[in-house]
Ligand binder design. Structure first.
Ligand code: DX5
Ligand code: ZN
Length: 222
């Protein structure tokens, strides 16, 4: 199933509650929440307080993207504040299996993430253990960048490997997804689509979401 995950890094924070109401009305299933530590990426964004408040406001799936070093140290607090899916970066830990086990111990969905510079092969040994793989379409840290086209080859490789090993896997793609490249992204095999700029463009959330859904419906009918 193809799912949209609006990245609230692009949100107008003063109106987040209204934005969430629009997502709910339009049956958008996920909210993508970026967590940054200023070290793994040169920026800061949301933390546990924001996630706790968002959790109180909605039953939507909270798709939490940890761009932090040593994620194992932080998994517990993010599980406890209401995340449903926890994505950690392969590049940020030397114990990916432990991170996955830890996330699952708290009853959450585990997602392993790779940067544009990391090969698809890095995550293949973990596909059996995770619920989702997140392929970064841009160098993480900032919204509004252009999709690096080569990252789609990694989506293709991961999808082909999962299919050939009968692994039921969500593949999420994050960064630079726009209506113009969405069809290619879906064809490559991604099924969880993060949209920051694509959804918040000109602050026409409903119109932008409807436009993305139209492309998804057309792809599904092909
Ligand atoms: C970037 C973040 C993304 C970002 C995507 O590091 O992980 O979630 O908000 O924004 P767009 O869709 O504008 O590239
Ligand atoms: Zn993200």
């Amino acid at each position: 199933m193809i799912k949209l995950s609006p990245s609230i890094l692009a949100s107008n924070m003063m109106h987040l509650e209204d934005e969430i109401k629009i997502f709910e009305k339009m049956k958008v299933p996920y909210i993508h929440i970026d967590v940054m530590d200023g070290l793994f990426v040169p920026n800061f964004s949301f933390g546990t307080v924001a996630i706790k408040n968002i959790r109180k406001a909605t039953d939507m799936v909270l798709d939490v993207h940890l761009m932090v070093y040593d994620p194992i140290k932080n998994i517990k607090i993010f599980c406890q504040c209401g995340a449903d899916i926890i994505s950690f970066h392969f590049e940020a830990t030397n114990k990916p299996l432990k991170a996955i086990e830890y996330i699952k111990k708290y009853g959450k969905k585990a997602c392993i993430t790779i940067n544009p510079s990391t090969m698809a092969g890095a995550v293949l040994p973990y596909l059996d253990s995770v619920d989702q793989v997140l392929v970064m379409g841009v160098v993480p840290g900032f919204g509004g960048q252009g999709l690096i086209p080569e990252t789609l080859n990694k989506v293709r490789k991961i999808r082909a490997y999962a299919d050939s090993h009968n692994i039921d896997l969500d593949i999420e793609i994050d960064g630079g997804i726009l209506p113009e490249n969405l069809k290619n992204v879906l064809e490559a095999g991604a099924n969880v689509i993060v949209g920051g700029s694509a959804i918040y463009k000109d602050y026409k959330l409903e119109e932008n979401i409807e436009n993305l859904y139209k492309i998804i419906r057309e792809y599904e009918q092909e």
